[in-house]
Design a binder for this molecule. Structure first.
Ligand SMILES: [Zn+2]
Length: 331
């Protein structure tokens, strides 16, 4: 078999399945209250079972527990991690991918499962096994292989307290100029230009009883801003309670639809067939003072600028959906 034989290469990859990435790593510190407190601060998680000893005592936990999502934090190896003990299987595997031109990598997804709450004093050990390596797949990023790692976290008694399945994609970066040819295979950049695939309808915005008045008014060509009946302040997006005075009484006022681009991004990826790309999305500050998210239309993306004056237009996407879109005001 030749060096370039894909079957031979796949067989080489398969040999990595089930192999452990070095020796299990013991956490540098046991589960501890200061780290829990910093995490809760960073996450704005005010649940008292994580930080208030008295409240935690009276809870079903009977004492302080760590937020389950901290699982991976306990065995972080630090900014200058010590060398992996045992065979560096990860390095070996990356070498195999590199040798065949799969030089790019992207993290795909991560699922965690928690067997129990962790408590201060628990000392975790973290081991990683290569769970599976897929056949070659063609994606919008390029051709490559998905690598699934199974991370297992055990406590001081050797019992599994949580697992994490982490998926990576190792791929051949498309050569310059190749991208548009390869990318549309699975996800067309603009389905409206592909006659073989009817363009799907634009996804519906999230509508609730608190916001439906806003979307209904767009169908009538009206941009409504919610106004507190008690203090008179305007707010957007619509919500049931005034953030200034807590009043639940509200009304709406009709916006003139004129404003300025406060900030914007241009979406390129992932290409969703219902949208045109590049897809500029702006935060528009209306003259009335509130900010609203919208597409910018009628202008090349490179000409969009912060501070640009824009005017609202009502665009019927289909029979059920009319959306507000902003177009630069002609000077
Ligand atoms: Zn108010």
């Amino acid at each position: 078999m030749s060096q370039d034989d894909p079957t031979e290469f796949q067989a080489r990859l398969k040999q990595f399945e089930g192999r452990e990435l070095g020796e299990p790593f013991v956490a540098r510190d046991p589960v501890n209250i200061p780290m829990i407190r910093h995490w809760c601060d960073a996450m704005s998680d005010a649940n008292p079972v994580y930080t208030d000893p008295q409240a935690a005592e009276g809870s079903v936990h009977g004492g302080i527990v760590a937020p389950p999502t901290m699982l991976q934090a306990w065995t972080m190896r630090g900014l200058k991690p010590p060398p992996t003990k045992g065979a560096d299987v990860q390095k070996e595997l990356w070498g195999v991918f590199d040798s065949r031109g799969y030089t790019s990598i992207v993290a795909v997804n991560c699922d965690q499962e928690y067997a129990r709450y962790l408590r201060p004093g628990d000392l975790l050990t973290h081991s990683v096994v290569i769970d599976s390596i897929s056949d070659e797949k063609k994606t919008a990023l390029g051709q490559g292989h998905f690598i699934s790692q199974l991370h297992t976290f055990r406590d001081q008694r050797g019992e599994t307290v949580g697992t994490m399945r982490f998926r990576l994609f190792r791929f051949k970066p498309p050569a310059k100029g190749d991208a548009p040819k390869e990318a549309p295979k699975e996800a067309p950049k603009d389905a409206s230009k592909d006659p073989s695939r009817p363009r799907p309808p634009r996804p519906r915005p999230g509508m609730t009883r608190d916001t439906e008045h806003f979307w209904a008014a767009l169908k009538e060509g009206k941009l409504l801003i919610q106004k507190c009946r008690s203090c008179g302040k305007l707010r957007h997006p619509p919500e049931p309670m005034c953030p200034h005075c807590n009043s639940l009484e509200w009304d709406t006022t009709l916006s003139k639809g004129r404003g300025r681009i406060y900030s914007f991004v241009v979406m390129h990826y992932p290409p969703i067939p219902a949208f045109d790309y590049p897809n500029p999305i702006a935060l528009v500050e209306l003259d009335e003072g509130v900010r609203i998210v919208s597409n910018v239309i009628g202008i090349p993306k490179d000409d969009i600028a912060i501070g640009m004056e824009v005017q609202c237009e009502f665009v019927a996407c289909d029979d059920d959906l009319t959306l507000h879109q902003f177009r630069p005001v002609a000077k």
